[in-house]
Design a protein around this ligand. Structure first.
Ligand code: NI
Length: 166
């Protein structure tokens, strides 16, 4: 199955609230597998189902060690994710998005979050995340609520750079 096309702004699906996943059968498994191929083809660090024009609560985050590139990246597949705790401590950082080519922006995010959801087979998940990975999760979960980073950015600039878009 070929990878799916990533939609870009102002596609209306990017502004819709994604529906929860209730069926973890073949269709959902195919969507996840297609999203993984798409993430790798686009060299992204994260991808949300609405970005492939499917308004369902599925996100991928792929995270490798910044200190040691020989450590293979870990792929997180999270279904129906909710952030149950945001740290008061905020950090500012640069973000790009596969659905918003040519721009990057500075966004304040919580330094630490707790994410609850399900894995690809419907088993419950709970993760405490900090730093860059917490930022990617916040960006992807925003996509499920129709929110783009440019809505939150304090500063947006044009760039040809495509640094870990999500
Ligand atoms: Ni994005």
């Amino acid at each position: 199955m070929p990878a799916r096309e990533v939609i870009i702004v102002p596609h209306p699906t990017l502004r819709k609230k994604a529906a929860p996943v209730t069926d973890f059968g073949a269709e959902t498994q195919q969507l996840i597998d297609d999203m993984i191929v798409t993430l790798h083809e686009e060299s992204g660090a994260g991808l949300a189902a609405p970005q492939v024009n499917v308004s369902r609560q599925v996100i991928l985050v792929e995270f490798g060690s910044e200190e040691d590139e020989s450590i293979p990246p870990t792929l997180y597949v999270t279904i129906n994710p909710k952030i149950s705790r945001f740290s008061k401590e905020l950090v500012s950082g640069a973000e790009g998005c596969l659905s918003i080519p040519g721009l990057m922006g500075e966004v304040e995010r919580s330094q630490e979050i707790v994410v609850e959801g399900q894995d690809r087979h419907g088993e419950p998940l709970k993760m405490k995340l900090r730093g860059w990975i917490a930022r990617i999760f916040q960006h992807e979960i925003d996509h499920l609520n129709g929110i783009l980073y440019t809505d939150r950015a304090t500063n947006v600039w044009e760039t040809d750079e495509n640094f870990n878009p999500v």
